[in-house]
Ligand binder design. Structure first.
Ligand SMILES: *Cc1c(COP(=O)(O)O)cnc(C)c1O
Length: 401
């Protein structure tokens, strides 16, 4: 690993220097190949260096990079329309990251009530274990006090409730609630999908109390769970606002906030902005990513591959290594194990001894998020590498507990 003396010590990467990527494979400077099943944490939607994305980016790079939103940026309306036609939404605001996309859902929710003369509605209800990003509002909305530690004072109006505690939620619903924010599949918190009736219940509760429902699909959106957005698995569970990022840019920094006409239209000139948001390069890449994840055939194939992969993981959890694995977590290609041994051990053995890259998540989970165009063969290779990891732990006498 290179010298990092001049970099903020916020990250602690292993001593591997990747220099090149192709599909689900990464190569380091020694020429060693690693199977990448974390994809920049759910970002590299089509794997590394996908020819269609390289083509879209380089073609746009030769034409026009950046204009500022003081002008009409090529590609914005077309991409916004594509996402709106495929979802609940009527309006899109382009930003650069998930945190920014979340930040705008929160601002818009408060502004919506403000415009209706209901200024007391400032409460934002979130849930334990949730992760909404690292900006000041996002860490206040997130359900993990560590993200806020040392960054006080806590902003007024942010409340976190236990995950799945219906009584706590109804008790909190009053006429000061601006919005509820939730990840339809919790990513960082441990790959926990929210059950259908819970999302439907949240929708109903928000309607009854005049509050808005915000989904954070930064991690579970962009086709990751086998639908364009995770909540689209369910009927009658649409949000008013949604934050998207990570996979929608396929590795190019991009995020956006989506809203219904009623809600999005309150953000009139002067209320919000972004210098880079939705620049021409991001739009070119984002449009190409959408060509894939917006396509039914691509999704059908993804769901087939994901189902087979999940079956392999279930077999490992239930038959082969129940002493190490408590169960399978997640949905589609955002999937992993809840473990009985520390997740860090499994992740590190996988990486260092088997050149297999996976992530960790809260609640002692190992997380996988391979490229969405991953093949059956590549998933089989991943399963065999996982098998090697647990077999090695068994040989070495690693004990759970
Ligand atoms: C990653 C993530 C974010 C933050 O996105 P950034 O691009 O890192 O700002 C927000 N919400 C969820 C659910 C995420 O997974």
């Amino acid at each position: 690993m290179s010298n990092r003396d001049n970099i903020f010590p916020t990250y602690n990467p292993p001593a591997i220097d990747f220099v090149k990527g192709e599909g689900v494979w990464l190569t380091d400077s020694k020429g060693d190949r690693y199977l990448d099943f974390i994809s920049g944490i759910s970002v590299n939607t089509l794997g590394h260096a996908h020819p269609a994305l390289v083509g879209a980016l380089t073609e746009q790079a030769g034409k026009l990079w950046h204009l500022s939103n003081m002008f009409d940026v090529p590609g914005q309306q077309a991409l916004a329309k594509a996402y709106c036609d495929a979802t609940f939404a009527d309006r899109v605001f382009f930003a650069n990251s998930g945190s920014e996309a979340v930040e705008l859902t929160l601002k818009t929710a408060r502004r919506y009530h403000f415009e209706r003369g209901d200024e007391k509605r400032i409460k934002i209800i979130g849930f334990d274990g949730s992760f909404h990003g690292r900006t000041y509002a996002a860490v206040n909305a997130s359900g993990n006090p560590n993200y806020l530690k040392g960054f006080g004072p806590r902003l007024p109006g942010y409340v976190q409730l236990p995950f799945g505690d219906h009584d706590a939620l109804t008790a909190e619903m009053d006429d000061t609630v601006a919005a509820i924010i939730i990840e339809p599949v919790q990513g960082e918190g441990g790959l926990r999908p929210v059950p259908e009736q819970c999302l439907q219940g949240l929708r109903k509760l928000c309607d009854e109390h005049g509050a808005l429902l915000i989904y954070d699909e930064v991690q579970c959106g962009a086709g990751r769970t086998g639908k364009l957005f995770a909540h689209q698995w369910y009927e009658n569970a649409q949000p008013d606002l949604m934050a998207c990022a990570k996979g929608v840019g396929g590795g190019f920094p991009m995020g956006f906030t989506m809203a219904t006409e009623e809600v999005g239209s309150v953000m009139v000139p002067g209320t919000h902005g972004s210098t880079y948001g939705g620049n021409a390069l991001a739009m070119a890449v984002g449009a190409k990513v959408f060509d894939y994840i917006g396509d039914d055939k691509f999704m059908a194939n993804l769901n087939e591959v994901a189902a087979e992969f999940e079956a392999g993981l279930l077999n490992m959890a239930n038959q082969k290594y129940p002493e190490y694995i408590e169960g399978v977590r997640g949905k589609g290609l955002l999937i992993g194990f809840k473990l009985k041994v520390p997740n860090m051990i499994v992740r590190t053995i996988a990486r260092d001894d088997h050149h297999f890259l996976i992530g960790t998540a809260g609640d002692n989970v190992v997380r996988m998020a391979p490229a969405l165009n991953v093949t059956h063969e590549e998933c089989k290779t991943a399963l065999s590498k996982l098998d090697d990891v647990f077999a090695q732990m068994k040989r070495d006498g690693v004990k759970a507990g």
